[in-house]
Ligand binder design. Structure first.
Ligand SMILES: NC(=O)c1ccc[n+]([C@@H]2O[C@H](COP(=O)([O-])OP(=O)(O)OC[C@H]3O[C@@H](n4cnc5c(N)ncnc54)[C@H](OP(=O)(O)O)[C@@H]3O)[C@@H](O)[C@H]2O)c1
Length: 343
C-alpha cells in the first residue's frame, strides 16, 4: 500500500491557502490527515476538502504535533514564529513567505529548475517569490543552452498577489468608481481600480523595492549563479489574478528566436502562446487557474544583437505559490526525503 502523510496548511483561509487545499484534492495528494490552521480570526470557520467540512484551528504549538508536512502561507512573521516549532516536532516546512528564502541553509526550489537543491534541506524549504518562479520557468531552459548574462524585467502584478483582501478591495473600488463614489484603499496603499502604481513592498536604500530585489537575489540563488546581472521594475496593475512580465535577456552570443521558441515549446511548466497573425499572446485572463506559465512574443531585441525579448503570464497564486509548494512536497515524497507516517 502506498504511503500517506499528515499535512497541515498554515494560512489555510488565505488566497494561497485556499489554492493549496484545491491542489491537494485535485492532485490526489496522499493525505493521511489534514489540519487547517489560521489566526484566531478564523476560529470556528470550516473549509471543504474532498466533500468534508474541516474545522480551521488557530495555530498553536500543539497543532504541529503528528504532522509530516507543513505548507505555510501565512506571511513572513508567522513563518518565523512557527516554522522552527514545526521542524522541532518532526515536520518538514515548505514556506511560501520570504522569511527564509535567502537563508544559506534553506533551499529555494522551483522543481522544474533546481529540484536537486531540495535534498539538502534541514527541515525548511522555501518557495521563491511568485514573480521569480514565473520568470525562472521561462529563462532557465534558455540559460541551460546559452548562459544568460543580463536580465531586465518589468512586471505587471495582479491584486491577488497582495492576498485575498486586496482582491476584494479592487472589486469594491471598481464598483464604487462605476457608481460615481470615491474608491477607498485600506489593504493596498492607493486605489488600484482604473490605476496602477509601483509595487507596494518597502523601498530599500538602493531605490529598488523589496519585490524587485527578490527577483534579483532569488533568481541568482535558484540558478546557482551570482554572476547574472538582473534588474527589475515591479508594478501593481488592476488585474485580479495572474502576473505578467516583460523580460529582456542578453546572452553571450546571439540566440535565434526560433530556437528559443522550439526550446520553450518543450520546456516543463511552460506553454507557448503565440499567434502572430491574430496578435494573440499570453494574457492574465487566460493564465488564471492554469498550471503552466504562458510565454510568447519571443523576438530579437533590435537594440542588441545578443538580446531576446519575451512576454509571459502566470497564475501567481497557483504556480507562483501553491502549486510550486505542492510540487516540492511531491518531490520530497518521490525522492524519499520525508518521514512517512502511515504505511
Ligand atoms: N498571494 C500570492 O499571490 C502569493 C504568492 C506567493 C507567495 N505569497 C505569500 O504567501 C503568504 C500568504 O499570502 P496570501 O496571499 O495567501 O495572503 P492572505 O490571503 O492575506 O492570507 C493570509 C493567511 O495567513 C493567515 N494568518 C495571518 N496572520 C496569521 C497569524 N498571526 N497566525 C496564523 N495565521 C495567520 C490568515 O488567517 P486569517 O484568515 O485567520 O487572518 C490567512 O489564512 C504570504 O507570505 C505571501 O507573501 C503569496
Amino acid at each position: 500500500m502506498s504511503k500517506s502523510y499528515r499535512v497541515a496548511i498554515l494560512g489555510a483561509t488565505g488566497a494561497v491557502g485556499t489554492e493549496l487545499l484545491e491542489l491537494l484534492e485535485s492532485r490526489n495528494f496522499p493525505i493521511a490527515n489534514l489540519k487547517l490552521l489560521a489566526s484566531e480570526r478564523s476560529a470556528g470557520k470550516t473549509l471543504k476538502f474532498k466533500g468534508e467540512n474541516i474545522l480551521v484551528e488557530p495555530v498553536t504549538e500543539q497543532a504541529f504535533e503528528n504532522v509530516d508536512i507543513v505548507l505555510a502561507s501565512a506571511g513572513g512573521g508567522t513563518s518565523k514564529t512557527w516554522a522552527g516549532v514545526a521542524v522541532a516536532k518532526g515536520a518538514v516546512v515548505i514556506d511560501n513567505s520570504s522569511a527564509f528564502r535567502m537563508h544559506p541553509e534553506v533551499p529555494l526550489v522551483v522543481p522544474e529548475v533546481n529540484p536537486q537543491a531540495a535534498a539538502s534541506h534541514k527541515g525548511i524549504i522555501a518557495n521563491p517569490n511568485c514573480t521569480t518562479i514565473l520568470m525562472t520557468l521561462a529563462v532557465w531552459p534558455l540559460h541551460k543552452i546559452k548562459p544568460v548574462k543580463r536580465i531586465v524585467a518589468a512586471t505587471y502584478q495582479s491584486a491577488s498577489g497582495a492576498g485575498a483582501k486586496a482582491m476584494e478591495e479592487v472589486k469594491t473600488q471598481t464598483r464604487d468608481i462605476l457608481q460615481g463614489k470615491q474608491p477607498v484603499a485600506e489593504v493596498l496603499p492607493y486605489p488600484l481600480a482604473f490605476n496602477l502604481f509601483p509595487h507596494n513592498s518597502p523601498l530599500t536604500d538602493l531605490g529598488y523595492c523589496e519585490e524587485e530585489l527578490k527577483m534579483v537575489n532569488e533568481t541568482r540563488k535558484i540558478f546557482g549563479s551570482q554572476e547574472i546581472r538582473i534588474t527589475a521594475t515591479c508594478v501593481r496593475v488592476p488585474v485580479l489574478r495572474a502576473h505578467s512580465e516583460a523580460i529582456n535577456l542578453e546572452f553571450e552570443t546571439p540566440f535565434n528566436p526560433d530556437e528559443a521558441r522550439a526550446i520553450l515549446s518543450q520546456a516543463p511548466g511552460v506553454k507557448l502562446v503565440e499567434d502572430w497573425q491574430a496578435n494573440h499572446f499570453p494574457m492574465p485572463i487566460e493564465a488564471s487557474g492554469r498550471d503552466e506559465v504562458l510565454v510568447g512574443r519571443i523576438r530579437q531585441d533590435i537594440s542588441h544583437h545578443c538580446g531576446l525579448e519575451l512576454w509571459l503570464c502566470g497564475d501567481q497564486i497557483r504556480k507562483g505559490a501553491a502549486l510550486n509548494a505542492v510540487q516540492i512536497a511531491e518531490l520530497l515524497i518521490e525522492k524519499n526525503l520525508l518521514q512517512s507516517t502511515t504505511a
